[in-house]
Design a protein around this ligand. Structure first.
Ligand SMILES: [Zn+2]
Length: 336
């Protein structure tokens, strides 16, 4: 082989090797590498997530990316085929600085993926097996991984004010200017669904068509609920406290406008995760409520009027945007 032929041969060999590395036939090595990289970052930021737990969650790429190009990862857990009766979407970390939210999302994902093996399994595990789950533990990866972590996304938008509620263009900017006094942590964006992360959630409502959305936040230490159905009275140590809805919030959009029940969990702390026992307690309470209120066939369901729930089951109207000058604003500026 003369020198030119050898160089051509060597070049071809290198090119083939590079092509093989860049374009694996299955696409799986690239996905595995992206998920591993994301889990490394998550576990570095929030030790309680745990790298092994994140990897064990078997997250997959969706094609959706944050505004800084980080993948938004999901995990689907199929229901028992014979009893696929409810679809539940669990969202964590819409606000990037609520570091306990992904911890709970990953732990619940573990619970959901442990299919009951025998009749002696906990009743709530059997309920979970009747549910098709979709978990999105980190909706706002840029906010979570920013230094320091931020409530808003990388473009400075509060994703939980960016959903297309009716009259968004009038109400969301006005609420931001007058009620939050232009708080940069609550900027709703220039237009509804202006952000890739909120568009991703919106797409899930159509693509996955959830019967229930559970959205995990912190640190108000309460439970909120929007939409139809009798709300859960409590989850673990969190008690129901419905205080109304906000222009552009997920609860307002999905719960009130689209009629999908939305359970909003506000963990008590943004940095200190609940104990494992507490996370299990909340899980069991959620599934007991789902079983009683959403999974039970309509003819078996207790009518709301016959229940003794002390909590209101209706969605409260939006609070007035322009309070009287004589009347101080008493409604708390909720962090969710
Ligand atoms: Zn929040």
């Amino acid at each position: 082989m003369n020198s030119l032929k050898f160089r051509l041969f060597a070049l071809a060999l290198v090119a083939t090797t590079l092509a093989t590395a860049a374009e694996p036939t299955s696409g799986q090595p690239i996905e595995a590498s992206a998920v591993r990289s994301q889990c490394t970052d998550y576990a570095r930021r929030v030790a309680a997530i745990g790298f092994d737990r994140c990897l064990g969650a078997q997250l997959r790429l969706t094609g959706a990316k944050s505004s800084q190009g980080r993948p938004i990862l999901i995990r689907d857990i199929a229901a028992n085929a014979a009893e696929d009766r409810l679809r539940v979407l669990v969202l964590g970390t819409i606000h990037g600085d609520e570091l306990t939210a992904p911890v709970l999302a990953f732990r619940w994902l573990q619970f959901a993926s442990q299919q009951p093996a025998q009749a002696s399994s906990a009743a709530t595990d059997r309920t979970s097996a009747r549910i098709a789950w979709r978990f999105v533990p980190v909706v706002n990866p840029d906010g979570l991984l920013a230094t320091p972590a931020t409530r808003v996304n990388a473009r400075g938008v509060d994703l939980n004010r960016n959903f297309p509620t009716p009259n968004w263009l009038q109400e969301a900017p006005r609420y931001w200017e007058q009620r939050t006094r232009r708080d940069p942590r609550r900027f709703p964006g220039r237009s509804p669904l202006s952000e890739p992360e909120s568009r991703f959630i919106e797409q899930q409502l159509d693509a996955f068509s959830p019967d229930l959305i559970v959205s995990i936040h912190a640190p108000l230490g309460v439970l909120d609920f929007d939409g139809p159905a009798v709300p859960p009275h409590r989850l673990g140590r969190l008690y129901l406290d419905q205080v109304g809805v906000f222009p552009g919030s997920l609860g307002h959009y999905a719960g009130v406008h689209r009629g999908i029940p939305v359970v909003t969990i506000e963990l008590p702390h943004a940095l200190q995760p609940p104990t494992d026992a507490e996370m299990r307690h909340m899980w069991d309470d959620l599934l007991r409520w789902i079983d009683a209120r959403l999974l039970t066939r309509p003819d078996e369901r207790v009518q709301p009027a016959q229940t003794a729930s002390p909590m209101p089951s209706v969605v409260l109207p939006i609070q007035p945007l322009l309070p009287s000058p004589l009347q101080p604003v008493v409604a708390p500026l909720k962090a969710r």
